[in-house]
Design a protein around this ligand. Structure first.
Ligand SMILES: [Zn+2]
Length: 118
């Protein structure tokens, strides 16, 4: 893996990080207590009828699910950036072998090689 490749991956990861944080902050708050934790906001309830209330509960559970997904992705991106800093980028966490460049190109925050991911 060349320095240039890692630099390019770093750029990709930083763009991805910004995108994910933007998406998350549109409906969730960053937790002050736990690093990397986000909390989905309740949709604003404006005293509608029961049907509207049910819609809001449904909307909230959708947000919760999306928040979990995005938060997980963001954590992986941060982890990858951390690995670049430590000079351990592109190494499979399970078998400690290099992850192929093609795989990293498609998914810069990959934590495992193709084989270990299953
Ligand atoms: Zn592996």
């Amino acid at each position: 893996m060349t320095k240039k490749f890692i630099q390019e991956q770093k750029k990709e990861l930083e763009i991805e990080k910004e995108k994910l944080e933007k998406q998350l902050s549109s409906f969730a708050e960053k937790s002050e207590k736990t690093k990397g934790d986000w909390q989905a906001r309740m949709p604003s309830y404006n005293g509608g009828n029961l049907e509207e209330e049910a819609d809001e509960v449904e909307e909230y559970s959708t947000r919760l699910a999306l928040e979990k997904t995005l938060e997980g992705e963001l954590n992986d991106v941060n982890l990858a950036l951390e690995k670049i800093k430590k000079g351990q980028y592109g190494i499979c966490e399970k078998c400690k072998k290099s992850i192929s460049q093609e795989r990293l190109k498609v998914y810069p925050q990959a934590r495992y090689c193709k084989k270990c991911q299953g």
